[in-house]
Design a protein around this ligand. Structure first.
Ligand SMILES: Nc1nc2c(ncn2[C@@H]2O[C@H](COP(=O)(O)OP(=O)(O)OP(=O)(O)O)[C@@H](O)[C@H]2O)c(=O)[nH]1
Ligand SMILES: [Mg+2]
Length: 378
C-alpha cells in the first residue's frame, strides 16, 4: 500500500520519465507488449502506472488470502492444544512472550526451551510466531509463543499484517513482557507495548497478571545509559513513529525527496488519483478502518478517542505500571534469571488455575434453599 501510493511519474537521472525509482516509462498494451515509450499506443491498454498498481493490488489480495489461511490454521492448532489435556485434564497453558522489537524475546525463548529461534540485532527479526514447549520446575508442560516485536505507532497496515501473530497473544494464558533493560527509553517501550496490547483486545486482567522481565542485564553493568541505542536504530524508529525531530525526519525522507521535487507540473494527469493520497495517506487508506472493525479491533482513531475519553483511567493504570519494578531480571545470552522466571510463571499459572476452579465451583453450586438446608441438617 505504501508503494502503491508512491507510484508517481518522475524524471529519472537520464532525463527520461520513470515510475518511482525503478519503473520504466513504457506504455504497455493489454497484451503486455511494450510500445517502446515513443508515445504510440496500440489500442486500449494499460499504462505502466496502471500495470504497477494492478500488480500491487493483486499481490495484496494474495497476501491477505494467505494471512486468512494462516489465521485459520492457527485457530485450529490452538483449539487442538486446548483439547489435549495437560496434567489434570485441562489444555496445555500457553505463555506469549511480548515486547518491543529487539528486546530479546526470541533469544529468551530459545534459552528457556533449549532450542534455537532466529534472533538478530535488527528490527522485526521475528515476523512469525514460533511455539516452543518448556517444562516448568513443577513438571508442568507449557508452550511459549515467541511473537513479533512492537514498535511505537504501529501503522495500521502492519497491525493488520501481524493480526495472526497477535491473536496468539490475545489467546495466551499468561503474558511475559520482555524489556531491554539497557534501552534508554525503556518507559516509552513499555508504554508502547501496553498500548498495542490494549489495542488488540488483551483484557485488563491479563495485563495485571503479566510478568515483566528486564532482559540484557549483562549490558547494564557494561555500559552507561547514554550510549545504549545505535544511531541507525533510533532513526528507523523515528521514521516509523513519525518523529518530528528535524534530523530524523530529513533522514526518513531522503529517499523520497528527490522524487517529490522532480515531479513536474505536466505530470499531474498521470498521477491522477494518486495525488490525493501521496502524502502519508497510505496509513489510513481505503477500507482499513472497516477491516479492523470487522476483526473487532480498535482502529487508531478509536484508540485516540478511547485515550481521550478514558484519559484519567488510562493514565492511572499506566502510571502504576510505570512505577512497578521488574518481576525478574534476566540475561538471555548468559542465562541469568531463567530459573527464577520459570518459577514465577509456574506460580502465576498455578494461582490462575485456583481462581478458575473457584469460579467453576461457584458456578455449579446449587442455589441454597430451605429444602437443601434441611436435607443437610438431617
Ligand atoms: N547482551 C545481550 N544481548 C541480548 C540479550 N538477549 C538478546 N540479545 C541480543 O539482542 C538482539 C535481539 O534479540 P532478539 O532475540 O532477536 O530480539 P527480539 O525481541 O526477538 O526481536 P524482534 O523479533 O525483532 O522483535 C540479538 O542480537 C541478541 O543477540 C541479552 O540478554 N544480553
Ligand atoms: Mg524475535
Amino acid at each position: 500500500m505504501y508503494k502503491r501510493s508512491r507510484l508517481v511519474r518522475v524524471r529519472g537521472p537520464d532525463g527520461r520519465y520513470t515510475f518511482g525509482a525503478m519503473g520504466e516509462a513504457e506504455v504497455v498494451s493489454a497484451r503486455g507488449k511494450g510500445s517502446g515509450g515513443r508515445g504510440f499506443t496500440s489500442g486500449a491498454g494499460e499504462t505502466e502506472l496502471q500495470l504497477q498498481r494492478r500488480r500491487i493490488v493483486d499481490r495484496r489480495k494474495q497476501l491477505l488470502y494467505e494471512m486468512k489461511e494462516v489465521r485459520r490454521t492457527r485457530a485450529l492448532q490452538r483449539a487442538a492444544r486446548k483439547r489435549h489435556g495437560g496434567a489434570n485434564g485441562q489444555g496445555i497453558a500457553t505463555v506469549a512472550v511480548v515486547g518491543y522489537t529487539n528486546a530479546g524475546k526470541s533469544t529468551l525463548v530459545s534459552a528457556l526451551s533449549n532450542s534455537d529461534l532466529y534472533s538478530d540485532d535488527r528490527l522485526f527479526a521475528t515476523v512469525d510466531p514460533k511455539v516452543r514447549s518448556v517444562i516448568l520446575p513443577s513438571g508442568r508442560k507449557v508452550l511459549f509463543s515467541d511473537t513479533v516485536g512492537f514498535i511505537s505507532d504501529l501503522p495500521v497496515q502492519l497491525v493488520e499484517a501481524f493480526h495472526a501473530t497477535l491473536e496468539e497473544v490475545v489467546e495466551a494464558d499468561l503474558l511475559v513482557h520482555v524489556l531491554d533493560s539497557s534501552a534508554p527509553n525503556l518507559d516509552e517501550h513499555r508504554e508502547t507495548v501496553l498500548q498495542v496490547l490494549k489495542q488488540i483486545g488483551v483484557s485488563e486482567e491479563k495485563l495485571q497478571t503479566m510478568v515483566e522481565v528486564w532482559n540484557k542485564i549483562d549490558l547494564e553493568e557494561e555500559m552507561g545509559a547514554d550510549e545504549r541505542l545505535g544511531d541507525g536504530e533510533d532513526k528507523v524508529l523515528g521514521c516509523l513513529s513519525g518523529a518530528e525531530d528535524d534530523d530524523v525526519a530529513s533522514d526518513c525522507d531522503d529517499n523520497n525527496e528527490d522524487a517529490v521535487s522532480e515531479i513536474s507540473q505536466g505530470d499531474n494527469e498521470s498521477i491522477g488519483d494518486e495525488q490525493s493520497d501521496y502524502s502519508d495517506g497510505w496509513l489510513l487508506s481505503e477500507d482499513e478502518d472497516e477491516t479492523l472493525n470487522e476483526m473487532g479491533w480498535k482502529t487508531p482513531n478509536d484508540q485516540q478517542s478511547m485515550v481521550s475519553k478514558e484519559g484519567t483511567k488510562t493514565e492511572n493504570s499506566s502510571h502504576s505500571q510505570l512505577l512497578s519494578v521488574p518481576h525478574v531480571k534476566t540475561s538471555a545470552i548468559i542465562g541469568v534469571g531463567l530459573q527464577e522466571l520459570l518459577e514465577l510463571i509456574d506460580s502465576k499459572l498455578k494461582s490462575q488455575n485456583v481462581v478458575e476452579r473457584n469460579i467453576i465451583d461457584r458456578k455449579w453450586r446449587p442455589p441454597r434453599t430451605e429444602e437443601t438446608d434441611m436435607t443437610v441438617e438431617q
